[in-house]
Design a protein around this ligand. Structure first.
Ligand code: NAD
Length: 308
């Protein structure tokens, strides 16, 4: 019998599927801290995590029976993939399950900040009746940085809303873009210079860390809107704060942060900025995405262990 440790909140449906196949499933939401996890993980064949649990090299090296690390979600930046590979531990995830939920949040954020609806709401809470002026998104150019699963879902919806879309990716995805009526480029500057609204959808890797920095912001159009629902670290948020203060950046909508939950004073200053709309990493927080993710990840665990 395989033993499964679950250290983050995962929808029960996939866990039930595993139990039906004879897995022993232990949910321990207090075990997510690396110093606790490196002891707790002993004796388990599988660990299921979301983004909160950091499966570090130390955790992986102290595991004695681990065969599969399952990420109930898409980003794998909280797992030391190299350490897992060295020990022959398989890593599985559910990359397709939450793309629609994240894309829908991005579209919502884009309209909220373009119309300054977040500002109007804040003012109302303070008893102020402010008729804020916004802009439409129809006819505007959306720059999609990272034309993967989520980037493409965002692009599809933006096209339906009458936007022009220009997408950038390291891989040549021009054929796919053409079919969708999206302009494709492998020159990042082309997106930075031409987009009215920029949305980030790259994974966090050594190449993408701080990819949108001060120099990149300087190349953008004056009054640009920036959305980040990828990973906080792909953008230099100190540079973003400067951009908001100078007016170079008209508004920003953020779902992810270099520190989660955000605590540093400078980061809170960014979040409190009147032209920022911020959410607490809720991109995948829908009933549908969570259920789909848990089912998909359960299937992948069984595949990895050769169980049909
Ligand atoms: P994906 O792998 O399907 O797509 C990522 C794309 O980025 C790929 O096309 C890849 O070629 C491209 N890319 C990689 N490195 C690049 C680089 N240096 N320059 C340009 N392009 C590069 O991933 P996805 O499922 O679309 O997820 C995208 C991001 O969304 C990830 O950062 C993921 O962690 C994040 N995410 C956030 C939430 C949330 O709750 N906010 C939920 C799920 C995923």
């Amino acid at each position: 019998m395989y033993r499964v440790l679950v250290t983050d909140k995962v929808h029960p449906k996939g866990l039930e599927m595993l139990k039906e196949k004879g897995f022993e499933v232990v949910v321990d939401l207090d075990a997510y801290k690396p110093e606790v996890l490196k002891e707790r993980i002993k004796g388990f064949d599988v660990i299921i995590v979301r983004s909160r649990t950091k499966v570090t090299r130390e955790v992986i090296e102290s595991a004695d029976k681990l065969k599969v690390i399952a990420r109930a979600g898409s980003g794998l930046d909280n797992i030391d993939l190299e350490a897992a590979k060295e020990k022959g531990i398989k890593v599985v995830n559910a990359p397709d399950a939450l793309k629609v939920s994240v894309a829908e949040l991005v579209i919502a954020m884009m309209i909220v900040v373009a119309r300054r609806a977040h500002y109007s709401y804040r003012a109302l809470l303070e008893g102020k009746w402010e008729k804020v002026m916004g802009t439409e998104i129809m006819g505007k150019t959306l720059g999609v940085i990272g034309f993967g699963r989520i980037g493409r879902e965002v692009a599809k919806r933006a096209k339906a809303l009458g936007m022009d879309v220009i997408a950038y990716d390291v891989f040549d995805l021009s054929e796919m873009a053409k079919e969708m009526g999206v302009r494709f480029t492998q020159d990042l500057d082309e997106v930075l210079k031409n987009a009215d609204i920029i949305t980030l959808h790259v994974p966090l890797t050594p190449e993408t860390r701080n990819m949108i920095n001060k120099e990149a912001i300087e190349k953008m159009k004056d009054g640009v809107i920036i959305i980040n629902a990828a990973r906080g670290e792909v953008m230099d948020y100190k540079a973003l704060l400067e951009g908001l203060k100078s007016g170079k950046v008209r508004a920003a909508a953020l779902d992810v942060y270099p520190e989660e939950p955000p605590r540093s004073e400078w980061l809170m200053e960014l979040i409190r900025h009147p032209n920022v709309f911020a959410t607490a990493h809720i991109g995948a927080q829908t009933q549908e995405a969570q259920e789909r993710t848990s089912v998909e990840v359960a299937k992948r665990i069984m595949e990895a262990l050769g169980i049909s």
